[in-house]
Write a new protein. Sequence first.
Length: 274
Amino acid sequence: MKACKIMLFSVLLFELIGCSAPQTSENTNPLTQSQISSEPQNRFSVVWGVLLNTFDGLGHEMAAQRMAQTCRSMSPILNNTWIHSKRRGSSVLIGQFRSADDPSARRLLSDVRGIERNGRAIFPRPMLVRIDPRKRPEDFGEMELLRVRGSFPDQTLYTLQVEVWSDFGTGELSADQVREQAEGACARLRREGWTAYVHHEVDRVISSVTVGLYDNRSIDAESGLDLDAALIRARKRFPHHLVNGEELQEPIDPRRPGLGTRRQAPQLVEVPKL
């Protein structure tokens, strides 16, 4: 495995990991194997837009609507301002594009940066962002990790990440190929009887394959030892973390490179919330 892939994946992993004590056991998972489909997920349509602002907390939708109305009256450039809302927050955007490389998207981004009032930019840091239009758990396919939020909308949950697929910015794999590889791996694990899930990043070409659901009863908070029989069984079955189908080598101690490397183990990662 190339050193750059190790470094890039380490950054990804630290972003995804947010746990020392996970939360609901695979044994308590309400989804039975008869309810789980192993078919590849339907492709979803994402759009790119220029992000103007975000709102969260109580009243986020109303705050976003007020801003959108103000924007539309401010400049003809902002006539097509629109709102993307989910349960936890709302975004105000302008424009919808199939790709961030669309010349029209770049022109709009430049135009938005040029909007001024009293000689000062109104939107000093607009950015192109990728938006997934799906808002509810039932909008996601049967294999997708966010589907479980239909049963656990607010509970902090963790899952064991056993495999990741990505092009790591090389362009060697398309976004569709990355998703297909991850979905294929997930389907194989489900055929083996594992409660496996796939999660596709919206703004990056990264797809992960995970196993089980766990909570703070699954690991001892002081020792870090696994307490859940399902988690122990999963770690035995998946002793090494895979990246694009290969075992990932990581430094034994980054401060002491002379100690060499070891195969990276799967990691518990937090299940995203909608």
